[in-house]
Design a protein around this ligand. Sequence first.
Ligand code: CO8
Length: 260
Amino acid sequence: MGYNTVKVEIEGGLATISVTRPKALNALNDEMITELGQAFTELEQDETTRVVIITGDGEKAFVAGADIRELQQADSVGAKRISEKGHELLTQIETSNLISIAAINGFALGGGCELAMACDIRYASDSARLGQPEITLGIIPGYGGTQRLPRLIGEGRALELLLTGNMVKADEALRLGLVESVFSPADLMDAARKLAGKILSMPPLAIMSIKRCVRQGLEGSLAAGIAIETAEFSSIFSTDDKNEGTTAFLEKRTPKFTGK
Ligand code: CO8
C-alpha cells in the first residue's frame, strides 16, 4: 500500500517504518496515526516479518510530538477521539507479535516519546532529546505518557519530567532507563539492525512467548505473572524449536530454528 506520511522497507524478516513529515519534525497528525496503524497491520499479516524498526525521516527528529496545529483546533470531543485513536495504535504496537525497536534519531517529544515507549526496545542517537512537554502547552499527555513513563523510569522521575516538561539528552535518558543504548547518529541504524538480526536468529515462538510473559505479566500481580510464565513455559515445550535448541546444545552445534 502507498502512504503519504510513512515509508516501509522490508528486508528478510525485518521491516523499517520511517515516519516522514520532516518539515514538521515528523509531528504525528491524524493521517500519520492512520497510516502507521495500516502499515503495522500489514506487517502483522505478512508472515515473514518478525521485527520492526521505527524511526524518523531526516536528521533532526524521531517524532516531535502530536501535531500542535491539530491539537489547537480540537475541542474536548475531538481530543477524546485523538487520544483514543493514538492509544489504539500504541496498544497495537505494544501487544503485537512483532518485536518493535524505536531508533530515536532526534527529538522524541510528547506523542513521539509515547510512541517510543510503546516499542519493545529503545535505541537512541546521542543527538536525541526526549520529554513530555505537553504541560508547557497547557495540556497533558494523551498517548499514554502518564502511564508508560512511570512504569519505565519510576514515579518520581516520571513526575519530574511530566510536571516540568523538561527535555532530557540521550545520556540522561540512558541513565533514567528511558532508552537502552546510545550511539552516534551514524551508527544508530546499524546498531538497531544488528539487534534486529540477533532477535531474528532466535526461535520465533519463544520470542513471542517472552514478549507475552513480560507485557501481560506487568499488567497484574507477581503471582498472576508467574502463572502466565508457567503456562507459556509449558506450551513452548511442545515446539520443534525446543527439541532443536536443546538437542543442538548437547550435540555442540548451532541450532536451526524453524518457527514450529
Ligand atoms: N506539531 C506541529 N508542528 C511542529 C511540531 C509539532 N509537535 N514540532 C515542530 N513543528 C514544526 C514547527 O512549527 C516548524 O514549522 P515551520 O517551519 O512551519 O514554522 C518546524 O516543525 C520546525 O520546528 P522549529 O522551527 O520549532 O525547530 P527548532 O529546532 O527551533 O525546535 C523543537 C525544535 C524544540 C522540537 C520545537 O519544534 C518544539 O518545541 N516542538 C514542539 C514539541 C512539543 O511540544 N511536542 C509535544 C506536542 S503535544 C503532544 O505530543 C501530545 C500527545 C498526545 C496527544 C493526545 C491528544 C488528545
